[in-house]
Design a protein around this ligand. Structure first.
Ligand SMILES: NC(=O)c1ccc[n+]([C@@H]2O[C@H](COP(=O)([O-])OP(=O)(O)OC[C@H]3O[C@@H](n4cnc5c(N)ncnc54)[C@H](OP(=O)(O)O)[C@@H]3O)[C@@H](O)[C@H]2O)c1
Length: 380
């Protein structure tokens, strides 16, 4: 039996995690956490009967408390509520599926409490990988990737001596594959949210359209697999069947393939080192026929190039681009800037940033607030 705290239970990964749990009788939900979606978390509380639930938004947490007063679930609020949920004695694993850098603190607290982490929230490692990974090592806790590419890399490394010569990180290319920089500059929110292969939350879908998602994944992979950015090659693979590959010293390449379905990497993280059926459709190789691979267009997808640069600079720079990107995507989703301004904003913040070599958590949190304020100030 695995007892789980689920951070981000109302989101795309959160709801799919609960679908995986529905198929299994060895997963128990101890706590559910989200931001403000009272209606959905109320339904989840009634179905999964967790001991605790928490909403980051205090007002919404009060609303939820009243709605579920007839249940045995205790409702908590804010970051303190999240932290209490990850520290629960009976919890073995925390699945971090909130969106954005708000995942960093609860993930660190979960590691400090000795809980294994199933990590979907890539922003945690992008901003705080230099703190999170050594802490996990010190505490002897596992960080199991849920991101499909990182799960594929992890799966391709099982039983190997880890003499990696290269990671081949695949990318669908998103809705703007093949277009020029000028063609996508004025793209609408609807265009950017129209992902060809995956149905995901709004922020990661926009990141996929700008290819910042792949940039963040490169940084995530450097931390998870202790490989520098220049040993990670991005390949555009439109079919999203090969979820990533690892090339070894002898030039053998090992890949993980499946139909695109996040339930598979979620289930692998929950079952590791075993595998368990999670409803993913069997691959029919003759149906898709061809698998294609292309080089990315760094000129059109400037966010990808900026993220690689940030990874090479290191220190506080990856955290800076993460916060700048989160704020820029928020402005774009609120129709306050054009799509092409996302990399402009990130680049401008990078140019004005004095890199902190070994940032502490407090530095990262301060940086996050100041970057957001600076960008907001410019567009107000
Ligand atoms: N979706 C995918 O297929 C996929 C694949 C790989 C990696 N990921 C990663 O997984 C994470 C989640 O992605 P998603 O697509 O599931 O996002 P999503 O659908 O937007 O869900 C986000 C979740 O986070 C909660 N949340 C949002 N802001 C919060 C805050 N300030 N404090 C606490 N909780 C907050 C939301 O609660 P409310 O609903 O109450 O707002 C919701 O439960 C991201 O880091 C993403 O990069 C996702």
């Amino acid at each position: 039996m695995k007892t789980l705290t689920l951070l981000g239970s109302t989101g795309s990964i959160g709801t799919q995690t609960l679908e995986v749990a529905d198929l299994r009788d060895d997963i128990k939900i101890a706590a559910l956490c989200a931001n403000e979606n009272v209606a959905l978390i109320e339904k989840q509380i009634r179905k999964y009967k967790p001991r605790y639930a928490a909403l980051m938004n205090e007002e919404k947490a009060n609303e939820l408390k009243i709605k579920v007063a007839d249940t045995d679930t205790t409702v908590l609020s804010g970051m303190d509520g999240f932290i209490e949920c990850v520290r629960l004695a009976e919890v073995d694993m925390v699945l971090t599926a909130v969106v954005g850098v708000c995942g960093l603190i609860p993930t660190i607290e979960a590691i400090r409490a000795g809980k294994d982490i199933a990590l979907a929230n890539k922003e945690t490692l992008v901003a705080g990988g230099d703190i999170v990974m050594p802490l996990a090592k010190e505490m002897g806790v596992k960080i199991l990737p849920v991101d499909s590419e990182h799960s594929a890399i992890f799966q391709s490394m099982q039983g190997e001596e880890k003499k990696i010569s290269k990671i081949l990180l695949t990318a669908s290319g998103g809705p703007f594959f093949g277009k020029s920089k000028d063609e996508i500059y004025g793209a609408t929110v609807e265009d950017a949210l129209n992902h060809p292969n995956w149905s995901m939350g709004a922020k990661i879908t926009v990141d996929s359209a700008s290819m910042m998602n792949k940039g963040l994944e490169i940084i995530e992979a450097t931390h998870l697999f202790d490989v520098p950015a220049d040993k990670i090659e991005v390949l555009i693979h439109r079919q999203s069947i090969v979820h990533s590959m690892v090339q070894y010293e002898d030039n053998s390449v090992i890949a993980q393939l499946s139909n695109p379905d996040m339930k598979l990497p979620i289930a692998y993280a929950l079952s590791y080192p075993n595998r368990a059926y999670c409803g993913t459709k069997e691959l029919d190789f003759c149906e898709f026929g061809r698998l294609t691979f292309d080089k990315p267009d760094y000129e059109t997808f400037r966010c990808l190039a900026l993220a690689i640069e940030a990874s090479k600079i290191g220190g506080s720079m990856p955290a800076l681009i993460n916060s700048a990107n989160e704020k820029a995507v928020e402005l774009f989703l609120n129709r306050r800037i054009r799509f092409g301004e996302i990399p402009d904003i990130i680049e401008q913040q990078m140019q004005n940033h004095n890199v902190i070599k070994n940032p502490k958590i407090e530095d990262l949190l301060e940086l996050d607030i100041s970057v957001r304020e600076k960008i907001e100030g410019r567009y107000n």
